[in-house]
Write a protein that binds this ligand. Structure first.
Ligand SMILES: Nc1nc2c(ncn2[C@@H]2O[C@H](COP(=O)(O)OP(=O)(O)OP(=O)(O)O)[C@@H](O)[C@H]2O)c(=O)[nH]1
Ligand SMILES: [Mg+2]
Length: 180
């Protein structure tokens, strides 16, 4: 009998325009998600699948998290909710200059999923800014890892993949979603 294929579900979450779609495209290696300089470009949940040797990483790119002001935004936030419910792991994206926002954090912390924090757009960083930001977030959020990255240059994206794989291989396989 064939053993079920294990799929690790990774939900890519963050504020509008922080680079979620750019990161997913780079991590999956194809241009799946639409990227623009305009916030709220992603309006649906978009999946990207990366096949490993004995498992898959299923990324779910989501619309930027915000307080919904009209019906379309409410629907967009429902996509985020479904993605968070499915997730084995959250890839939380912040951009370099971003400040801690308690209300933002509460929107996904209530799902009680492990978080890997990516500080994106470090190609724009100057001096000690990147290291300062790592220390800043370390004090504020409980995470599995904090990785400074650039979706633009690809810096540290290998490390992101290694971290996700390591997380899934050390997590009890039972807790990952079994797919036939
Ligand atoms: N300099 C720099 N720009 C980046 C980087 N990653 C993304 N961007 C730019 O940031 C803007 C937003 O990128 P997206 O990937 O669309 O961001 P998003 O978070 O998916 O946006 P929404 O779907 O609208 O929430 C685009 O102009 C990207 O080119 C990066 O690492 N460095
Ligand atoms: Mg997007």
């Amino acid at each position: 009998m064939q053993s079920p294929h294990k799929a690790g579900f990774v939900s890519i979450i963050g504020k509008p325009n922080v680079g979620k779609s750019s990161l997913m495209n780079k991590l999956v290696g194809e241009n799946l998600s639409i990227i623009t300089a305009k916030a709220q470009t992603t309006r649906h949940r978009i999946m990207g699948i990366l096949n490993g040797d004995d498992f898959q990483i299923v990324y779910s790119d989501t619309p930027g998290l915000l307080e919904p002001k009209y019906e379309l935004q409410q629907a967009m936030m429902n996509y985020v909710k479904v993605s968070l419910e499915d997730a084995d792991l959250i890839l939380l994206i912040v951009e370099l200059g971003e400040k801690f926002d308690e209300q933002h954090l509460q929107r996904f912390q209530k799902f009680k999923k492990p978080i890997v924090l990516l500080i994106n757009k470090i190609d724009l960083g100057k001096g000690s800014q990147v290291n300062d930001k790592i220390a800043y977030w370390k004090d504020l959020i409980k995470t599995e890892a904090i990785i400074p990255v650039s979706a633009k240059t690809g810096e540290n994206l290998e490390q992101v993949l290694t971290t996700i794989k390591k997380y899934f291989s050390t997590t009890s396989k039972k807790s990952l979603t079994a797919r036939k």
